[in-house]
Design a protein around this ligand. Structure first.
Ligand code: NAD
Ligand code: TDX
Length: 332
């Protein structure tokens, strides 16, 4: 699989994946990205020109997609509308990209008989109680809560149906919350880091008891490569790094790492339908594909991420004011 098409490769995880592929394989990467508010070509800076072709376009453009599939061996599909808060405000783009866009790619994979990997989220499983000893596994029933997670669940089911009905050579992965460089400032961790850098108090939804299971984006990338390389067609692999933390603890850690008092944050209006807890049991990918995360220490990964935002204000500053104005309009 020497020629890869990466959809959403100018977004947060997609760009981390492209950097990972260029560093760890000989593959040539073509990125297809619509450059929505969440996509930045600057996230791909530094990649040698002979390793990367960038195509600006929409995954729901069947003609464009058809032409691109004939030029590659395999497709890794990251492109999505990805933010829960935006999906509560305006769900329509989530249906267009996550559902119709994925359908368009699957039809091309079917016509061109190309290997296809679909990147998805643990949010398709709904949420867990704080004291539930069980974590999500590949057999947990789907129970999505938000417009975002329901459209991701729909896209997963389309992939499974295209494997069964049309023998498309696809795999799926569902990963927990990612952190690392190149993440949009609308998301929890970069929002709080850049708030502190701007002298704004971090904003915690509700009491901050909600738990997320954090994984570094580079570990997500190595897991996706493992599935692409050794995954069994039709199978789903859950990806996680045993990184459960409640939001209050994460905000306090960011403040401490940035030299601020641990209580220098505010509670703001909670998210509607806010999922309580996500937690991944990644036994299958560890045992069957021999994958393991490299970033075991969350606080060290967070410190690296804080340093990245400190050093790369030119990357995030253009999005910051509009993002905060949107949150302010909702009391968040
Ligand atoms: P992101 O919002 O940072 O990036 C999405 C990228 O897709 C952007 O570059 C955007 O321009 C592009 N895009 C959007 N609509 C498009 C369209 N119609 N055609 C072409 N390109 C389009 O998202 P992310 O956080 O990097 O997430 C990437 C994938 O990983 C998504 O499928 C998401 O569901 C999944 N995921 C994310 C997380 C997380 O913690 N962020 C966790 C698990 C899974
Ligand atoms: O300002 C904030 N304050 C706050 O307390 C923001 C932006 C978020 N939060 C909370 C909400 C969540 O409990 O922090 C937690 C994380 O929020 P997000 O970064 O918005 O992530 P989440 O909703 O958990 O979804 C993320 O992980 C799964 C990604 O955005 C999804 O794309 C992925 O599928």
């Amino acid at each position: 699989m020497n020629r890869l098409l990466v959809t959403g490769g100018a977004g947060f995880i997609g760009s981390n994946f492209v950097h990972h592929v260029v560093a760890h394989t000989d593959a040539h990467v073509t990125v297809l990205d619509a450059l929505t508010y969440a996509g930045h070509t600057a996230s791909l800076a530094g990649i040698p020109a002979d390793r990367l072709t960038f195509i600006e376009g929409n995954i729901a453009d069947a003609e464009l997609v058809d032409g691109l599939f004939s030029t590659v061996d395999a497709v890794v599909h990251f492109a999505a509308e990805s933010h829960n808060d935006n999906s509560l405000h305006d769900p329509r783009p989530f249906l267009d990209t996550n559902v119709v866009g994925t359908y368009t790619l699957l039809e091309a994979a079917r016509r061109h008989e190309r290997r296809f990997h679909h990147v998805s989220t643990d949010e398709v499983y709904g949420d867990l109680e704080l004291d539930d000893p069980q974590r999500f596994t590949e057999t947990t029933p789907y129970n999505p809560s938000s417009p975002y997670s329901s459209t991701k669940a729909a896209s997963d089911l389309l992939v499974r149906a295209w494997v069964r009905s049309f023998a498309v050579q696809a795999t799926l992965s569902n990963c927990s919350n990612n952190y690392g460089p190149f993440q949009h400032v609308e998301k929890f961790i970069p929002r709080q880091i850049t708030n502190v850098l701007r002298g704004i108090r971090p904003k915690l939804y509700g009491a901050g008891a909600n738990v997320r299971d954090w994984i570094h984006a580079d570990d997500h990338s190595s897991a996706v490569l493992a599935v692409l390389d050794r995954g069994v067609i039709g199978e789903t692999y859950l990806i996680g790094a045993d990184g459960e933390k409640d939001n209050k603890t994460v905000v306090e850690t960011i403040l401490q790492l940035m030299g601020q008092p641990a209580d220098a944050y505010e509670h703001v209006t909670d998210r509607a339908g806010h999922d309580l807890r996500y937690a991944i049991d990644a036994s299958k990918i560890r045992a069957e594909l021999g994958w393991a995360p490299r970033f075991g220490d969350f606080d060290a990964g967070l410190a690296d991420t804080i340093a990245w935002y400190r050093d790369n204000e030119a990357w995030w500053a253009p999005s910051k004011d509009a993002t905060e104005a949107f949150y302010a309009s909702k009391g968040q």
